[in-house]
Design a protein around this ligand. Sequence first.
Ligand code: COA
Length: 203
Amino acid sequence: MAVERALTGFAPPGLITGCRLICTGDERYLLPAENASIATRGHRARAASGAGRLVAHELLRRLGCANPAVPRGQQGNPIWPAGTIGSIAHDDDLAVAVAARSDAMTSVGIDIEPALPLPRELEAIVATPQDRLGDLEAGIGSRVLFAAKEAVYKASFPLDGRVLGFEDIGVDFESGEAVTSAGRMLTVRFALSPRILTLAYTA
Ligand SMILES: CC(C)(COP(=O)(O)OP(=O)(O)OC[C@H]1O[C@@H](n2cnc3c(N)ncnc32)[C@H](O)[C@@H]1OP(=O)(O)O)[C@@H](O)C(=O)NCCC(=O)NCCS
């Protein structure tokens, strides 16, 4: 699948990746500990979470994890098995996940978005004066910026425990770096096709 190729194309060494088309009934892949932690969500959201968890379980088994359950924390954050880190994202029909051993990488975040410009009213909320789009065209660049900030938030939350707004994150696509209001520096990468995929990580 083209998304799989895009994921392996931008993943740094040590990070493994996977994706799955979300199917009706995918909530059956939620393990008991996961089911208990996300019990209150609606049908479609649970199927998306099940699809993302199925991908995550496969990745964690490849990393040698015997119990690959990834329950949900209080802020929606996935809790990865000891010795591993990772991230999950979904759009309307695809779920993606990435994982690594924690001796290979400190933290990671991923996001997936349609390859379409962000609605105008959102642009002003997402962008800050310190952001640099580099070679990205402004229309699609606004969506890449949005997705990069979500990936940065997912990667920084396990380290800093802070809920961040878009204004708390500066992204520089010229240098490939992002910084949060907590002073956390992360590397950012993106792919534009067939979906916008963004990755943020600290080595
Ligand atoms: C995390 C968040 C940005 C995800 O956005 P989304 O577009 O709804 O959903 P995505 O498909 O991209 O990602 C969902 C996954 O993110 C992960 N996630 C959720 N909260 C997280 C957190 N605090 N830290 C790390 N990962 C988190 C989960 O794995 C979730 O999937 P699951 O529910 O199946 O486990 C959003 O849910 C959130 O918590 N926002 C509050 C803060 C915010 O919006 N700030 C502005 C952007 S920086």
